[in-house]
Design a protein around this ligand. Structure first.
Ligand code: CP
Ligand code: NVA
Length: 309
């Protein structure tokens, strides 16, 4: 596995298979109450420019469970590039800690941190990608369906960071991916073009449509994310208007396969992109998905920060 995890381009299919196996073993160990300390004495810094529940708590709890320690640095603590240069921050952090999870607005910021730091840098969400989320989601789907290869995932919502990492992950593991978004909310052209090439090589399709019903027809999974991402709050009213008709509600779910799974990275804006009825309904696996953030990210931490075999 590469030193850093900035996008899903940094992992091979073999890396992903190894992570799935490791996450399953760590999950089973935890369920049996076994103590494991592969990261004893190691420290992880969480450098966050945006709020977080899942990413912060799962990385912190994960480090504790692996015998290590995590330090959370809030947006006001570090102010990367403002209080001091990114380079200086990276060159300090690498002297003290063994890895960094960075949640930043610009994707270039995590690239710069990774470029300067001689310790692993893990992307904990940027405006362009959310790789750990999609590794966790693929692990969850594998648990539910045995394999992800050949499944059809319909992503209904914004062609944003979560969608970009889905495009990459789906292409890698042979998942058909359909995005239904309003005009103007298509994914980043460069990310989509590269993912399309990989999808074609894997024999699967990556499609974009403006029609949610056609996207979910026959789908195995409906996935959604907020219409207004962190940092876009001033744009909320326009987005509420633009995304009308893109809500994942019972009527839309009924168009997919009868056993369709509904997924959401969370946090959800209930009543906007998803109804209470669907989120709390029988198709929803959103909390199993959230639980697996813990197990898969522990596997990522061990892979990047554990003793190299
Ligand atoms: N899905 C996710 O990354 O959640 P948080 O923003 O709460 O970390
Ligand atoms: N697209 C959302 C994902 C949150 C996990 C955001 O960037 O706010």
């Amino acid at each position: 596995m590469t030193r850093h995890l900035l996008t899903l381009d940094d992992v091979t299919v073999a890396d992903m298979e190894a992570l799935f196996a490791s996450a399953a073993a760590l999950k089973a160990q935890r369920q049996q109450g076994a103590a494991t300390g592969p990261l004893q004495g190691k420290t992880l810094a969480l450098v966050f420019e945006k709020p977080s529940l899942r990413t912060r708590v799962t990385f912190e709890a994960g480090m504790t469970q692996l015998g290590g320690h995590a330090i959370y640095l809030a947006p006001t603590d570090i102010r990367l590039g403002e209080r001091e240069t990114v380079q200086d921050a990276a060159r300090n952090l690498e002297r003290w800690v063994d890895g960094v999870v960075a949640r930043t607005f610009s994707h270039q910021m995590v690239e710069r941190l990774a470029g300067y730091a001689r310790i692993p840098v893990i992307n904990g969400l940027t405006d362009l990608h959310h790789p750990v989320q999609i590794l966790c989601d693929l692990f969850t789907l594998r648990e539910k369906r045995g394999t992800v290869r050949g499944l059809t995932v319909a992503f209904v919502g914004d062609g944003n960071n979560v969608c970009h990492s889905w495009l990459q992950g789906a292409a890698k593991l042979g998942v058909h991916f359909r995005l239904a978004c309003p005009p103007g909310y298509e994914p980043n052209a460069a990310v989509a073009a590269k993912a399309n090439q990989e999808a074609a090589a894997a024999g699967v399709r990556a499609e974009v449509t403006h029609d949610p019903v056609s996207a979910v027809r026959g789908a195995d999974v409906i996935y959604t994310d907020v219409w207004t991402s962190m940092g876009q709050e001033e744009d909320r009213l326009r987005r509420l208007r633009d995304f009308q008709g893109f809500q994942v509600d019972a009527r839309l779910v009924a168009q997919a396969k009868p056993e369709v799974l509904v997924m959401h990275c969370l946090p959800a804006h209930r009543g906007e992109e998803i109804t209470d009825e669907v989120m709390d309904g029988p198709h929803s696996i959103v909390f199993d998905q959230a639980e697996n953030r813990l197990h898969m990210q522990k596997a990522i931490l061990v892979a990047l920060m554990g003793e190299k075999k």
